[in-house]
Ligand binder design. Structure first.
Ligand SMILES: CCCCCCCCCC(=O)SCCNC(=O)CCNC(=O)[C@H](O)C(C)(C)COP(=O)(O)OP(=O)(O)OC[C@H]1O[C@@H](n2cnc3c(N)ncnc32)[C@H](O)[C@@H]1OP(=O)(O)O
Length: 180
């Protein structure tokens, strides 16, 4: 059992650390989220990483995520922005605490408080998109971010996002709906 488990972890690490790139989501086991969970086999499986102070996600859509034919569905755009920014808020919190790993204590979890997307141009659904998020403010349990969506060299959407820290293992008392 123990061996089986560690083999599985090794396999995940090999598959997912493409090149030497470490993606935020690959340090997050048991993540069943539709947008970013690698345990959600029907999900979008986005992958985010730091490029300096910005977090970046390159994601390739599929035909089933069309809005109008050939144009990416707006809800899917909101979903990838949501997941990329929640992972960014999470990893930023760990980064400012000495870049400690996600599986170290205390464990923090974030949920979307507010997500405002401005759709600027149609986003082609048949070329990879790039998300670029930046933390603009951390205040109490809130992390405020901007996120841009780029298709080729065109910015097709921009978002303002507020993530709220909804779980802190050092403060946990009683039930927490986000701990499941
Ligand atoms: C680990 C990485 C993997 C990530 C995977 C999962 C990513 C998935 C992301 C999601 O889809 S999460 C699901 C969608 N979001 C939710 O279900 C959240 C539902 N809402 C809530 O549970 C509560 O409304 C919430 C926790 C967001 C806030 O309630 P609280 O009672 O904790 O907030 P409180 O009233 O104490 O306010 C704390 C601060 O947050 C601010 N705030 C509260 N709700 C807000 C809101 N909705 N938007 C923006 N700011 C908000 C509030 O103004 C205040 O700021 P200040 O300290 O500056 O005064």
């Amino acid at each position: 059992m123990g061996n089986h488990h560690s083999k599985k972890n090794i396999m995940i690490a090999t598959q997912e650390n493409e090149g030497n790139q470490i993606f935020f989501q690959h340090t997050m086991p048991n993540n069943v989220c539709f947008g970013c969970g690698h345990e959600n086999h029907e999900g979008l499986k986005i992958k985010s990483h730091w490029e300096g102070d910005a977090s970046v996600c390159v994601w390739e859509s599929q035909e089933k995520y069309n809005g109008w034919k050939g144009i990416m569905n707006g809800g899917i755009i909101a979903t990838i922005i949501d997941c990329h920014t929640m992972a960014t808020a999470t990893m930023h919190a760990y980064k400012v605490e000495g870049n400690r790993p996600w599986n170290s204590d205390p464990e923090y979890r974030y949920a979307t408080g507010t997500l405002t997307v401005k759709y600027l141009k149609p986003t082609p659904n048949d070329v990879p998109v790039k998300l670029v998020a930046r933390v603009t403010e951390v205040k109490g349990r809130k992390t405020v971010m901007t996120c841009e969506l780029w298709s080729n060299d065109q910015k097709t959407a921009e978002a303002d996002v507020v993530a709220i820290r909804v779980y802190d293992s050092s403060q946990q008392n009683g039930d927490n709906p986000f701990k499941g």
